[in-house]
Design a protein around this ligand. Structure first.
Ligand code: GDD
Ligand code: MN
Length: 378
C-alpha cells in the first residue's frame, strides 16, 4: 500500500539553509524513491522566524506542489513545533509516515532511503543513529559538545535502564502515523516543548512496544546560522528521566508495604485460627496464607497498581485466580530454594536459604504483577 510521507522540518531563522535543503531533497532524493510505495512531501513548521524563512518557503511552494508550510504565530520550541506539525500532517494532510529532520543539513537527506527500507520491513519508528557502526558525530565538534552528547546519552540509558537503543537524542527519525496517534495526548505538554521531546517521544514509543530500528547517520555540523539548543534541554531532560524512575520506585515501595501487611495478616490469622478456634496449625497457616493473598490482591489493585486498576467483575475473578497461581509459584520458589541450599550447603544455614529464596520470590512476584496481572494495556 502506498504511504503518504511527510518530511517535517521545524525552522527558526534558517533562511540560509532551508531553500537549499528543500531543493536538494526535491531534486536529488525524491525522484529516486519508488512512487508506488511512498508519496513524498515536505512540511516546514516555521515559528514566524524574524529572518523571513517562511517567505522563502512560500516562494518555493510555487515551484514544488508537494511542499507545505505550517506557520506558528509564536516560537513554540522544537517539541512544540513537532507537536503542531505532526498534528497538522496527520489530521489535515492524511500523513501515513512522518520524518523528523533538522533544517541545517546536519541530517543527510540521502539517508532517507535507508529509513524507508526499514519502514518497508515493518518497523514503526526508525532512528538515525550516530552511535552505531557506520554512524558518527562531527570531528570538529568542541570537546564540550561531544561530551554532552555522549555522556547525555549514557545518563539517559542508565537512569531509564534500557540498552536496546543507542542514540536517544537523535533528531533524525521516521515515525509511523500509528505511533504518533497513540502518544499525541501524552506528548502535548509543556515539558516536551523543547528538545526533551526527542527523549520523551522515544521512551513512550518503546514502552508501548512499537518496533524500533536504527540506521547509521553521520551528523554534520551546521555551516550557517546558530544552534538553538540550550540549558532548558538539560534541565527538562533530567527532570523527565528521574521522574520516570521515581515513579517506578514508588511502585516498588508500595509493593513492599503491601507484602509486609500480607505477612502480618498471615501471622495473625494463624494465631487466631489456632488459639481461638482450635484449628490445626497446618490448616490454620494455609487459611492465613489465603487471607494474605486476598489482602495483597486487593491492596495492590487499589494502591500499588491503581493506575492500571482492574474493575470489571469478570476480569477481577480471572486475575484473582491468576494471582493465586502466581503466589503458588512464589511458594514453590521458596521450597526449591531452601531444598537446594540444604542439599549443597547443609542444614546450619537454613535461614539464609529461606531469606534468599524469599528475595527471589519477591522479584518474581513483582515481575509477574507488572507483566501479567496488572499488565499495561496499550
Ligand atoms: N519551529 C521551530 N521552533 N524550530 C526550531 C525551534 C523552535 O523553537 N528550535 C529549533 N528549531 C529547529 C531548527 O531551526 C533546526 O531546523 C532544528 O530545529 C534543530 O535545531 P538546532 O538548533 O540546529 O539543533 P542542534 O543542532 O543544536 O540539535 C541537534 O541535536 C540534538 C541533540 O542530539 C538536533 O538534531 C536535535 O533534534 C537533537 O535533539
Ligand atoms: Mn543543528
Amino acid at each position: 500500500m502506498m504511504q503518504k510521507t511527510f518530511i517535517i522540518i521545524p525552522t527558526y531563522n534558517e533562511k540560509d539553509n532551508i531553500g537549499r535543503l528543500i531543493e536538494f531533497i526535491e531534486e536529488k532524493v525524491f525522484p529516486k524513491i519508488d512512487k508506488a510505495k511512498f508519496a513524498m512531501h515536505i512540511l516546514i513548521v516555521d515559528d514566524s522566524s524574524p529572518d523571513g524563512t517562511a517567505d522563502l518557503v512560500k516562494k518555493l511552494q510555487k515551484k514544488y506542489k508537494n511542499l507545505s508550510l505550517f506557520l506558528n504565530k509564536k516560537k513554540a520550541g522544537l517539541g512544540g513545533a513537532y507537536m503542531k506539525g505532526m498534528t497538522y500532517a496527520v489530521d489535515e494532510l492524511d500523513a501515513d509516515l512522518m520524518f523528523q529532520m533538522d533544517a541545517d543539513f546536519s541530517h543527510d537527506p540521502l539517508v532517507i532511503h535507508a529509513f524507508l527500507d526499514k519502514i518497508d520491513k515493518g518497523y514503526d519508528l526508525v532512528l538515525g543513529s550516530r552511535y552505531i557502526k557506520g554512524g558518527s558525530i562531527p570531528e570538529d565538534w568542541g570537546i564540550h559538545r561531544k561530551f554532552m552528547s555522549l555522556v547525555g546519552n549514557l545518563i539517559v540509558r542508565a537512569v531509564l535502564w534500557t540498552w536496546t537503543v543507542n542514540d536517544w537524542t537523535t533528531g533524525y527519525r521516521a515515525i509511523k502515523k500509528e505511533v504518533f496517534e497513540s502518544l499525541r495526548k501524552e506528548m502535548d505538554r509543556k515539558e516536551f516543548s523543547g528538545y526533551t521531546w526527542q527523549i520523551g517521544f522515544l521512551h513512550k514509543t518503546q514502552r508501548k512496544g512499537f518496533k524500533i530500528a536504527e540506521v547509521p547517520i553521520n551528523f554534520i555540523d551546521r555551516e550557517f546560522g546558530k544552534s538553538k539548543i540550550g540549558a532548558e534541554y538539560i534541565k527538562n531532560t533530567l527532570l523527565y528521566i528521574f521522574k520516570i524512575r521515581i515513579r517506578e520506585l514508588d511502585r516498588i515501595i508500595k509493593f513492599a508495604v503491601v507484602g509486609v501487611i500480607g505477612f502480618v495478616v498471615n501471622l495473625t490469622a494463624l494465631e487466631v485460627f489456632y488459639k481461638a478456634f482450635g484449628i490445626r496449625p497446618d490448616n490454620a497457616a494455609a487459611m492465613g496464607a489465603e487471607l494474605a493473598i486476598i489482602s495483597n490482591f486487593c491492596l495492590n489493585n487499589l494502591w500499588t497498581f491503581k493506575d492500571r486498576k482492574i474493575s470489571d467483575f469478570r476480569k477481577l475473578i480471572i486475575k484473582f485466580l491468576q494471582f493465586n497461581l502466581t503466589s503458588l509459584g512464589a511458594v514453590l520458589i521458596q521450597k526449591v530454594g531452601v531444598w537446594l541450599g540444604l542439599k549443597f550447603f547443609g542444614e546450619s544455614y537454613y535461614l539464609l536459604y529461606f531469606i534468599a529464596s524469599v528475595a527471589v520470590g519477591m522479584v518474581y512476584n513483582f515481575v509477574m504483577y507488572n507483566k501479567v496481572i496488572w499488565k499495561k494495556e496499550n
